[in-house]
Ligand binder design. Structure first.
Ligand code: DX5
Ligand code: ZN
Length: 215
């Protein structure tokens, strides 16, 4: 299993030790949650903070934009050196065009779906994307309860990907811990995002390692 710890649950008054922990852990990515107070009912952090984090972090950045018009920020996300740019399907009326532009900027394109957005809405885009991010909570806050239906959505997405030429990875975000993570792993998830479960743990690096062992 690949693990993408979410910085949203780190100590914003003192990020350096948390980034050092990520750098010294087995984390595969660092997940950065950008919120605009419009697409979701919360505001997190923006480019100045992410630039500072990017300078210190040795892991590829997995940027999750919970914002309207995410295509306006493709160049800025590229300039961070991000590996993956995740945009919400619900925020992009011209999703195909946005995916092409993320690729043209040299990044991997991820498409994210909210809990109420069906997997079958991805039929016409799944072969064009590098990753699909399934939200297992309503986006906007860390520490929420896992929505169990996400496991069925991962199964459906695995079938959709396997029945096409798609090479998309399946990432899941929200309420991930060892028990929900084990179910998601069995259903076919490739990457787990975990915020409060990692940063709230007594030993965050050991918790990342345990999530990585799920299969
Ligand atoms: C929620 C964010 C998540 C969040 C997950 O809107 O997209 O990445 O940090 O937090 P946990 O793992 O605590 O549910
Ligand atoms: Zn996220």
């Amino acid at each position: 299993m690949k693990v993408s710890p979410s910085l949203l649950s780190a100590d914003f008054a003192c990020l350096r030790p948390d980034i050092d922990m990520i750098n010294n852990s087995e984390a595969d990515y660092l997940h950065l949650d950008v919120m605009d107070g419009v697409f979701v009912p919360n505001i997190s952090f923006g480019f100045p903070v992410m630039q500072a984090v990017a300078r210190q972090c040795s892991r590829p950045l997995d940027v999750h934009l919970m914002i309207v018009n995410p295509d306006k920020w493709i160049n800025q996300v590229r300039d961070l050196g991000a590996e993956i740019m995740n945009v919400h399907q619900e925020a992009c009326p011209q999703l195909h065009s946005v995916v092409q532009r993320i690729h043209a900027a040299g990044m991997k394109a991820g498409v994210t779906i909210n809990p109420a957005t069906p997997v079958n809405t991805l039929v016409d885009i799944v072969e064009d994307v590098d990753l699909v991010l399934i939200m297992s909570v309503n986006p906007g806050f860390g520490g929420q309860k896992f929505i169990p239906h996400a496991v069925e959505k991962v199964r459906q997405l695995r079938n959709l990907i396997d029945s096409t030429g798609s090479k998309a990875l399946i990432e899941v975000d929200g309420g991930v811990n060892l028990s929900t993570g084990a179910e998601l792993a069995k259903a076919g998830a490739d990457i787990l995002v975990a915020g409060s479960f990692v940063f709230g743990a007594e030993d965050p690096a050991a918790t990342i390692k345990k999530l990585k062992e799920l299969k």
